[in-house]
Design a protein around this ligand. Sequence first.
Ligand SMILES: [Zn+2]
Length: 81
Amino acid sequence: MNKPYPEWTCKECGIEHGTRLPEMATWHEDKCDVCGEVKSVTEPRDFNHFKNWDSPKNSITMKFTPKLKRRNAFLRFFQSQ
Ligand SMILES: [Zn+2]
């Protein structure tokens, strides 16, 4: 069974489960959803998303598709002028 996708991850867990090191990340003090410790955490996407966790792709789609669609619609509008 897959684990639920974490909302926040600390640096150590991000390095362990992510696929790359963050170039830019906004760290804040919170509970790491992976190890449960309160420390500096950021979003798993800063580690290029976690492997072998529940539906990270679905949450990416839900989070980012509307924005992307609006942007594409805007570009199409812009290019048609
Ligand atoms: Zn952790």
